[in-house]
Every structure is written in C-alpha cells, then in structure tokens.
Design a protein around this ligand. Structure first.
Ligand SMILES: Cc1cc2nc3c(=O)[nH]c(=O)nc-3n(C[C@H](O)[C@H](O)[C@H](O)COP(=O)(O)OP(=O)(O)OC[C@H]3O[C@@H](n4cnc5c(N)ncnc54)[C@H](O)[C@@H]3O)c2cc1C
Length: 338
C-alpha cells in the first residue's frame, strides 16, 4: 500500500518538505493541508537573502546549521546557475555586510560563491568609514513571489494534493487516514501543538522601485537593502513578541532614515509597497519526530518549524532532514541517513 502523508503548512518550509518527501519516497500519497497559501504566508514577504551563520538558531549545534545551510545552498545555487533561475526567482547577487563587530563566519568563506574582508581604504572609498568592518560577498537572493508558486507547481506536478483548511488539533489524525503527519505550521504551532516556545519576531519592510540598485547591503544596526527583479526591499525591524500586522508609521520613519543614511541613492526610489511579517522564532527550531499513543491509534508526527529570521536560508536543508525523518517513521531507522 502507498504510504499516505499529510504536510500541514504551505509556506516555504511546508512546500520544501513536501517536495523532499516526494523525492525520497517515490509513489507516496501526499497532501498539503493549510489555511493560507502564497500571498498570505510569511514566506512570501521575506527579503530572501541566503545569509547563513553558525549562530542562526540558538541551541542548534554549528555543524548542524552548516549542514542545513550547505544542503540549501547546493539546491539554490543549482537553480541560480541554470536556465531555471529566472523562473524560480534565484538570482546571483554581489553584496556587502558592514558591521562594528568583526564577523568570523566560516560558512560564508566555505559555502557561498565568494567572501572577502574589505580594507579600511575600501571602506573609506565606499563612504562606510563609520563601520569598523566590511565584507564583500556574492550570495543568492530569492524572489519569493516566484519561488513559492514554483515550489507549489512542482509539488502538484509530482502528484501532490492540496487541501485548504485549518487544522485545530493533530489528534484528529490518530488512526488515519495518514501514516505520518508533518507539522510545518510556523507560528501556527503555538495553538496547534500548544508550543510555548514559539513566538513572533515582527518585521517591517518597504518596497522601492529602484532598478539602479543591483547589489545588496546588510548591517548590524537595523538597515538592510535587498533587491530582486521586482523591487528593492529595505528594512527593517526585529520586534520580539510583537504580533500586530499593520504597517507602523514610526517603524517606516526609522527604516527610511537608517537606509537613506546608509545608501543615499535609495532616496531616488519610489515607494511601491510596505509589508509586515512575523518571523516564527523558537530556541531551538523544532525538527524532530514524535509518536503519541492515543485511543484511536498511534499518531506519528514529524515537526519542522521555528526557523525565525533564517527560514529561506535553512529551508531546503531542514526539509530534506524532515523528509528523512518521515521515511524513518515509515520504514525504520535502517532506511534513514541523518
Ligand atoms: C521581514 C522579514 C524578512 C525576512 N527575510 C528573510 C531573509 O532574507 N532570509 C531568510 O532566510 N529568511 C527571512 N525571513 C524569515 C522567513 O520568512 C521565515 O523563517 C519563513 O518564511 C518561515 O516559513 P514557514 O513555512 O515556517 O512559515 P509560514 O510562511 O508562516 O507558513 C506557515 C504555513 O502554515 C499554515 N498554518 C499555520 N497554522 C495552521 C493550522 N492550524 N492549520 C492549517 N495550516 C496552518 C499557514 O497557513 C501557512 O501556510 C524573513 C522574515 C521576515 C518577517
């Protein structure tokens, strides 16, 4: 009999997990169940920069973060360097990080296309002498408005099914119809599995029409500039515990001030949109299997949520691991290679 699997959640984590399950368990019957899709998810609004760091998720060992980052990079760079890149939204883009602290990040050096520290002379030439450190990197930016629909289409083309519905309690799945249920609900896990550790970290960004900006910038003081083929996203804020979704005028003022100071040519850009999203943050993120014996039968769950500010960067790697855990739950650990 074909194994039946449900993936709850249709953000970048749910879609990537569902596709990795399709790849790892060919012929399985798989359904994505979610109450929000594409434009209503957090994933759609992310700046989309691949920016791995060993300290991305507190509580996750550096070698594990490195593996998830590397697996995501392998997938993203294959797309970006192929003729698919313009369809999936993966763009190779040079950029800068400016900071007061020295950044020791072996993942930058080993994984992304290129990374080197700038000299004081170079910082001065860029009008960035106020920063003690600067780095020039070439990474990948993912335009999420292209990537999410592409993932969805790929999932459906492989035979996957979609169900639009809110799940209020995973226990309804005890005893069937699914052999394994995969929880990729991000912040939804607060209610769905009563997880007190998951919390929102609010972000706000402004979308500019500024096609002359063709490199990205990241700083350690709440200013970033992330262009894609559609617009330039400038931000941002990181407000722990705040969960209102309306655009805040004070936040807008602060973002514009910081970003215009950082890179004055941005002032020529036309504001074409604003967006607020809630990073699903958890220390550490939850990527594990769980079996719950219930009167109706054993409920087998794989959890994959809580990626915080790094959900795009870690998406493919964590989803690959979640798919391996699903296979292990179906067939035992002999089949799984973690
Ligand atoms: C301003 C901002 C900028 C960001 N920039 C970057 C960046 O540059 N690089 C990077 O790596 N990351 C970035 N991130 C982080 C990234 O966006 C998130 O980590 C990622 O999108 C989380 O994906 P997800 O699939 O877990 O959650 P979501 O996209 O929120 O998806 C959750 C899914 O679960 C479903 N769901 C929830 N509860 C239920 C339920 N009970 N029943 C049915 N369905 C349910 C929802 O409907 C939805 O489909 C940014 C985030 C923000 C806010």
């Amino acid at each position: 009999m074909k194994p039946k699997i449900a993936v709850i959640g249709a953000g970048v984590i749910g879609l990537s997990t569902a596709i990795n399950i399709e790849n790892l368990i060919p012929g399985c019957d798989i359904t994505i169940i979610a109450d929000k899709f594409e434009k209503d998810t957090t994933s759609i609004g992310a700046g989309g920069i691949f920016r791995p760091t060993e300290k991305a998720i507190p509580g996750v060992p550096a070698d594990v973060i490195r593996r998830w980052s590397q697996d995501t990079w392998d997938f993203f760079s294959k797309l970006a360097l192929s003729d698919l890149g313009s369809t999936t939204g993966h763009i190779v883009m040079p950029g800068y990080i400016f900071s007061q602290e020295k950044i020791e990040n072996p993942i930058y050096e080993d994984v992304i296309f290129s990374c080197r520290e700038l000299s004081q002379k170079e910082l001065t030439k860029l009008n960035m002498a106020q920063y003690r450190h600067g780095y020039q990197l070439t990474s990948i930016i993912v335009q999420m408005s292209k990537y999410l629909p592409w993932l969805m289409e790929k999932f459906v083309r492989n035979g996957g099914k979609i169900l639009k519905r809110k799940v209020n309690d995973l226990k309804v799945f005890a005893g069937g119809p699914y052999d394994v249920v995969v929880n990729c609900t991000g912040l939804g896990s607060k209610e769905l599995v009563q997880d007190k550790n998951i919390h929102p970290v609010r972000g706000q960004l402004i979308r500019l029409e500024a096609p002359w900006i063709n490199f990205w910038i990241y700083t350690d003081h709440g200013a970033y500039v992330l262009p894609n083929a559609e617009f330039v996203a400038i931000g941002g804020v990181r407000q722990d515990g705040r969960s209102d979704l309306a655009v805040d005028a004070e936040d807008r003022k602060g973002i514009l001030e910081r970003c215009y100071n950082l890179w004055p040519p941005l002032k020529g850009g036309k504001i074409i949109g604003e967006w607020v999203g809630l990073r699903p943050s958890r220390t550490p993120l939850r990527l594990e299997k769980e079996s719950i014996p219930l009167p109706g039968g054993v409920l087998k769950i794989v959890h994959n949520y809580g990626h915080g500010a790094h959900g795009i960067t870690l998406s493919w790697g964590t989803s690959l691991e979640a798919a391996r855990l699903v296979k292990e739950m179906l067939y035992g650990s002999v089949h799984a290679k973690l």
